[in-house]
Design a protein around this ligand. Structure first.
Ligand SMILES: [Zn+2]
Ligand SMILES: [Zn+2]
Length: 95
């Protein structure tokens, strides 16, 4: 089950469970669409993977399975730079 982290790890934009612009990597590193696709250029700074849109969780399910309230904010720019160097021209399926 997804944690549904509460905000963008790069710019702190709130990303509630129904945010249409939340994106995640395979480890659920969570970014807004602008940061994921422009600042990070679809390379996760923590694992080198790509991003996909995070599915919304229907409101009726949130009572039983609430979204995380723990932010994971902060981007390690040197880690991103080395993953970006390694994967910049490699499609996600071949990383
Ligand atoms: Zn952002
Ligand atoms: Zn990641």
């Amino acid at each position: 089950m997804l944690e549904l982290r509460p905000s963008c790890e790069a710019c702190s934009k709130p990303l509630p469970p129904n945010a249409p612009d939340a994106m995640i990597c395979t480890y659920e590193c969570t970014f807004c669409e602008v940061c994921a696709l422009t600042r990070l250029r679809n390379v996760c700074p923590n694992c080198g993977g790509n991003f996909q849109s995070r599915p919304i969780r229907p409101r009726a399910q949130l009572a039983k399975h609430p979204a995380s309230t723990t932010p994971h904010e902060g981007v390690d720019d040197s880690s991103h730079a080395s993953f970006f160097e390694r994967y910049r021209s490699t499609p996600p399926g071949e990383r």
